[in-house]
Design a protein around this ligand. Structure first.
Ligand code: DIG
Ligand code: MN
Ligand code: MN
Length: 389
């Protein structure tokens, strides 16, 4: 069935191997789905209409694979990419699964772990670039603590910075056409994770030797876990020229990281996010870092993947409808009316402006009495989202 909500390559919908390949394991139960090979997962994504596939190094090549096994896996993966037309826009390193990273990777107290993490990441960057990745994500899932008796946070910051500077230099030395995207999360699997929000990451990036190479990969669920308006964080990253990638999913507030199907929990937040990305012309991947319910078989996994993309496209159409809605736009024009009388006071400071502004009189009561009609505006938005206009 083809309709306005059929995914096309230009939509740039991507999924990680670990998303549709999630076998349903959770802290209270084992897998419910048989594992599929990377090549099988690429074909599944091709079937549902995805544009691209992303991976952690060990999603593709198991950490203890022999060279022969590695070559065979890569051969089959490349064949599946060629057969389906899928591309690899992003790659990343698994610096959280193996027990060696139980105390973190770049910030671990053991220097052998820190050195091994750099080695593993260099090799994973090589693999990602070999397969076409232009964005490299860093999610420091284990970079944190259970007890702050164990680590000085300033040491952790310095170790993180040293690792990122080293790896930026590595990519420059290898002349890779690659940008790094840092992904924040406040907790889980560590009790507290360093750089817990996208805002912390933006501040950290500013302290690096090559900040121009480094941006952020905000994830809906992770900012929601921190009680933050996700679209505001994305807007701040965009405005700073740092929105290099994005992880789309959904999340109930105050829960563990649920990685729910996009738009399946907070439709209004998802709408304002899609509206923002489409209004500003975000040109990056729409990456769904999410997985199907544990109740599902692989047909259900395909329903999950189709649902992520379909909801995005429905909300994209709603955003266009919002922009074209005469009553909404008239209300916004009224709300943002500007008679120009204050224009002289804005922009760059001058002593003359300060003197004139200090002499300006304001009728505070009259200004305060003005009703702003946001209730009407928000109800029009709800009507639009519910299909009532
Ligand atoms: C979790 O949200 C993280 C890992 O899945 C991965 O490192 C990153 C890539 O999107 N997201
Ligand atoms: Mn997540
Ligand atoms: Mn993510």
């Amino acid at each position: 069935m083809s309709d306005n909500y059929t995914p096309q390559p230009e939509h740039k919908f991507t999924f990680g191997l670990w998303t549709v390949g999630n076998t349903g394991r959770d802290p209270f139960g084992g897998p419910v789905r048989e594992p599929k090979s990377p090549a099988e997962l690429v074909r599944l994504l091709g079937e549902v209409g995805a544009y691209g596939v992303n991976f952690h190094d060990n999603d593709l090549i198991p950490i203890d694979a022999t060279p022969t096994e590695r070559d065979q896996i890569l051969k089959e993966f490349r064949k599946a990419l060629s057969d389906t037309g899928l591309v690899v826009p992003m790659a990343t390193t698994n610096l959280f699964g193996d027990p060696v990273f139980k105390d973190g990777a770049f910030t671990a107290n053991d220097p052998k772990v820190r050195a091994y993490a750099l080695q593993k990441t260099m090799n994973a960057i090589d693999l990602g670039v070999e397969l076409g990745a232009k964005i490299y994500v860093f999610w420091g899932g284990r970079e944190g603590t259970e007890t702050d008796a164990s680590k000085n946070p300033v040491d952790a910051i310095k170790r993180n910075r040293e690792a990122m500077n080293f790896l930026c230099e590595y990519a420059l030395d290898k002349k890779y056409d690659l940008k790094f995207a840092l992904e924040a999360k406040p907790n889980e699997p560590r009790a507290d994770i360093y750089n817990p929000t996208t805002g912390h990451m933006l501040a950290f990036i500013a302290t690096l030797d090559h900040p121009e190479m480094v941006g952020v990969n905000p994830e809906v669920a992770h900012e929601h876990m921190a009680g933050i308006n996700f679209m505001h964080g994305v807007a701040q990253a965009w405005e700073a020229g740092k929105l290099f990638h994005i992880d789309l999913n959904d999340q109930y507030p105050g829960r563990y990281d649920q990685d729910l199907r996009f738009g399946s929990r907070d439709l209004k937040a998802a709408f304002f996010l899609v509206k923002f990305l489409e209004d500003v012309g975000y040109a990056g991947s729409r990456h769904f870092d999410a997985h199907a319910y544990r109740t599902e078989d692989y047909e259900g996994v395909k329903d999950f993947a189709r649902g992520c993309m379909r909801t995005y496209l429905i909300l994209k159409e709603k955003a266009a409808q919002f922009s074209a809605d005469e009553e909404i736009q008239a209300l916004l024009a009224e709300i943002n009316a500007d008679d120009g009388s204050m224009a002289t006071y804005f922009g760059k400071y001058s002593a003359e402006k300060a003197i004139a502004l200090k002499a300006q009189s304001f009728d505070r009561a009259a200004i305060a009495n003005r009703g702003l009609k946001y209730e009407r505006l928000d109800q029009l938005t709800i009507d639009l989202l519910l299909g009532a206009r």
